[in-house]
Design a protein around this ligand. Structure first.
Ligand code: NAP
Length: 321
């Protein structure tokens, strides 16, 4: 009998893929950096039993409608806003993601971004490298404290909680907002549940870690930034779609908020000409929250194991609910 056919939408390392070749016929898009085009993805998905996708691919209703054999889509990310879940359900395709294995790594990066933004680490480095460091003054590159300040976490889930854990070493006061309360996080981290509006008003650092959904789309818009303190710092390590980037730019330009640290953008890759990138108080990264070598390997293996379970008729390890 023919082995089930998996299409992988990016070139992944052979040492990760090879052990799975005994079970599957595996075809990979040959590029490491360049994403697969939509037409090729549709055509490959129409013949595959499983597709392993990156968050750069949009899997819409037409893809599922034309993929008669497809049983499972394994997304190499915890977020799955790139996949039309209703269409997947309608066509009985299981969708899986890669939670947990990336939680600590993403929390590390989120807190690193907060520190870099607060203490002007990137600006300071550019200042030296541009040859501008020819004096010292008491307020040279003065940023703002992190310790003993208030952090407001919007989306106190796996990564949010792990960021909360990181902040305890900094004696921070923790506010959080979710749709539902998390008493165990309150007990573990001394976090206080509050409304979105109060969190915005009271936090020195507003950290966005909620998923991108219809409900959260552009939740950080003009009104949200107007509520924040004028010296507040905004960090987004979730998805760019939660932020109205024009409103963020205006808030930074008008001094409504102090600075921003961004790992994610509405359109990725963001153009180097984007006005946000011209602001010195913006620290930006190319969506590398979970990008440590160790974690990326674990994510790839979890995605492949999810496919294996489904194609062998078992429950997936980490289905998207
Ligand atoms: P998670 O455990 O599902 O946590 C998400 C949290 O957001 C939950 O506590 C949820 O609580 C809350 N939430 C959902 N809808 C909300 C709303 N409308 N308003 C307020 N809070 C809401 O997910 P996770 O593993 O921590 O990951 C969080 C997100 O981080 C992912 O969805 C992904 O987009 C992003 N991420 C980014 C990177 C990166 O590279 N930058 C890496 C990994 C993950 P309730 O259900 O109670 O509202």
């Amino acid at each position: 009998m023919d082995k089930p056919h998996i299409f992988i939408t990016r070139k992944l390392p052979d040492e990760i893929i090879d052990p799975y070749r005994q079970y599957f016929q595996i075809e990979m898009w040959p590029e490491e950096e360049e994403p697969v085009d939509k037409a090729t993805l549709q055509s490959k998905a129409s013949k595959a039993d499983a597709v392993l996708t990156m968050l750069t691919e949009k899997l819409d209703a037409s893809l599922f409608a034309n993929a008669g054999k497809l049983k499972v889509v394994a997304n190499l990310a915890v977020g799955y806003d790139n996949i039309d879940l209703d269409a997947a359900r309608e066509h009985q395709v299981t969708v899986t993601n890669t939670p947990d294995v990336l939680t600590d790594t993403t929390a590390d990066l989120t807190f690193g971004l907060l520190m870099a933004t607060a203490r002007r680490i990137v600006e300071g480095e550019q200042y030296i490298k541009n040859g501008n460091w020819n004096h010292w003054s008491p307020l040279l590159m003065a940023g703002r404290d992190i310790h003993h300040k208030t952090i407001g976490i919007v989306g106190m889930g796996r990564i949010g909680e792990t960021v909360a854990k990181r902040t305890m070493g900094f004696d921070m006061n923790i506010l959080y907002h979710n749709r539902s309360r998390k008493p165990e996080a309150e007990e573990k981290f001394g976090a206080t549940y509050t409304s979105f509006e109060h969190l915005l008003e009271a936090s020195d650092y507003v950290v966005c870690l909620a998923p991108l959904t219809k409900e959260t789309q552009k939740m950080f818009g003009k009104q949200a930034f107007e509520k924040m303190k004028s010296d507040a710092i905004f960090i987004n390590a979730s998805r760019g779609g939660l932020v109205d980037e024009q409103a963020l730019y205006d808030a930074l330009e008008d001094g409504q908020i102090k600075a921003a640290g961004l790992d994610v953008f509405e359109n990725e890759p963001i153009s180097a000409e984007h006005p946000l990138l011209k602001l010195p108080q913006v620290v930006c990264l190319p969506h590398i929250g979970s990008a440590s070598r160790e974690t990326r390997v674990k994510m790839m293996e979890l995605a492949l194991d999810n496919i294996k379970e489904v194609l062998e008729g078992n429950e997936p390890i980490t289905p998207v609910s």
